[in-house]
Structure formats: C-alpha cells, structure tokens
Design a protein around this ligand. Structure first.
Ligand code: NDP
Ligand code: 8X3
Length: 249
C-alpha cells in the first residue's frame, strides 16, 4: 500500500483527492487542514486505519512540524505529497486591497507550501516518490483583481519546474496542476462567505468539479514511473481566454 499526504483536505479538491486515492484500496492518506470536525468525518468515513487526520494551520511552522512528528508509523513512508491547501482573498484592484489579505495568501500559498515540501523532501527522495502542486490558471494568465493570488500561483508553477531540475536523477516526479474555474468553497472564501456571490459565479457555467481535479491527480500519480507530467492546465469548456484592455482616457 502507498501513502499520500494531502494539504487542505477539509474541502474541495483536497477532500476529493483523499477520497479518490483511499477508495481505490491501494493508498492510505494523511489529511491536513484546520477544521478538525471535517478531518474526523473524512477519517471516520474512509477508515481510521486508512486516513490519518492531522489538524493544524499550515502557516504555523511549529504546529506543522509537531503534527508531522506525530504521524503514526504506517503513514510515515510517504510516496506522494499533494500541496493543495490555498486560498484567494478578495477581488479588488491592488490599490484597494487589504495588505493583511495579501500576506495571508503569500503565507499560505507560498511560504507554507515550501515549508512542508522542504520538510518532506528527504522521505520523498528515499522512496522515489512524487509531488503534485496545485497551481492555477491565475498563475499563468493575468486578470483584474488577481494581483497577489495570481502571483502566488505563478510562484507555485516556477517552484514546481525548478524542483524538477533540482531533483534530476533522484527519480522523484514533480507536477503542477493548473485548474481554471472550479466549484468548491474557493469563491465562498474569496468573497468572505457570500454564498450568493459564489452561486452566481458558477451558475450555468458547468465548472470543473473537485472530482475532476482528483481524477487528474490520480492519473498523474499512476502513470508509469518513467513519465513525468510537468504542467497540466485544465479549464471547463465554458471558459476561455479573452483579450487585452486599452484605456483611451
Ligand atoms: P476550498 O476552499 O474548497 O479548499 C481549500 C482548502 O485549503 C481547505 O481544505 C482549507 O482547509 C485549506 N486551507 C486554507 N488555508 C489553510 C491554512 N491556513 N491551514 C491549513 N489549511 C488551509 O478551495 P479549493 O479546493 O478550490 O482549493 C484548493 C487549491 O486549489 C487552492 O490552492 C486553490 O488556490 C487552488 N485552485 C482552486 C481553483 C478553483 O477555482 N476552485 C482553481 C485553481 C486552483 P481549512 O479551511 O480547514 O484549514
Ligand atoms: C482559481 C481560478 O480563475 O478563479 O485559481 O483565479 S481563478
């Protein structure tokens, strides 16, 4: 049996990834996030012998280290790290943004991601494992209101590609998945809990589902070991790119 660790497994992509892998019967999972009740529900549903719940705020490096030190033996031989925990806060133009929200996105999407990766690289190298980072189309294509969120995801893309170079010869695979419009709690969080705004964004759009991202992750992780997906960009059919803007004022 193989083991994966999924950050941000209390909702959205992360919960679906844990479900997809553990339900296969071939994987056990360490599931992380801040909401203990949701981690408990996931572990109870899929089996405590198959899901280890590790509750911590990923921005708190000491709490992260303590939680990883406390992982029980069967879950310690890590084969796959899925760096998924992350968030966007706000859609205002840069000049109207709250600096605290910018810092929270950087602390979560960038600093915490590199901290947990740094901590787990030795075991991943030892086991010739894999890393799947969840980036975003927002890290590739700019849009108004994307400012720091998009920049954090651009970091995730380049960090993933650079990790591949550094891990050359170790057998460790590194991939970044870059989804477009996907219905999870993402927009609820981004808009400060405004469910109507979230519903309005996804209405009629047939967005990507969490299960779709879980399936992409499963595909990447289960390819023959001589193959590496460097970067996988996925959009719903309903979403495409539009042009540049010109100010004639
Ligand atoms: P959700 O809001 O549904 O899930 C986000 C997860 O991140 C939750 O489990 C949450 O756990 C966790 N998380 C956030 N902050 C912290 C923290 N400080 N400590 C620990 N865990 C944290 O969103 P998605 O599933 O959509 O997002 C998953 C990833 O996918 C993110 O990186 C996001 O940027 C990215 N993404 C999302 C897209 C979308 O349109 N939905 C598209 C492209 C990329 P908890 O709150 O319990 O701590
Ligand atoms: C989430 C996708 O387009 O809402 O990363 O920024 S988008």
């Amino acid at each position: 049996m193989k083991t994966l660790l999924v950050t941000g497994a209390t909702a959205g992509f992360g919960a679906a990834i844990v479900e997809r892998f553990v339900s296969s019967g071939a994987w056990r999972a360490i599931a992380t996030g801040r909401r203990q009740d949701r981690l408990d529900a996931l572990a109870d549903r899929l089996g405590r012998d198959r899901v280890h719940a590790a509750c911590f705020d990923i921005r708190d490096a000491d709490a992260m280290a303590a939680a990883l030190d406390a992982v029980p033996a069967p879950f310690r031989d890590l084969d796959l790290l899925v760096n998924n925990a992350g968030l966007a806060l706000g859609t205002a133009p840069a000049q109207a943004c709250d600096l605290a929200q910018w810092r929270q996105m950087i602390d979560t999407n960038v600093t915490a991601l590199v901290t947990i990766t740094h901590r787990l690289l030795p075991v991943l190298i030892e086991r010739r494992g894999a890393i799947v980072n969840i980036g975003s189309i927002a890290g590739v294509y700019p849009y108004a209101g994307g400012n720091v969120y998009g920049a954090t995801k651009a970091f995730v893309e380049q960090f993933s590609l650079n990790l591949r170079s550094d891990l050359h010869g170790t057998g460790v695979r590194v991939s970044v998945i870059e989804p477009g419009l996907a219905e999870t709690e993402f927009t609820l969080v981004r808009n400060g809990g405004d469910q109507a705004a979230s519903d309005a964004l996804y209405a009629g759009a047939q967005p990507i589902t969490a299960a779709d991202v879980a399936e992409s992750t499963w595909w990447i992780a289960n390819l023959p070991p001589h193959l590496n997906i460097n970067r996988l960009e996925v959009m719903p059919v309903s979403q495409s790119l539009a042009g540049l803007q010109i100010d004639r004022g």
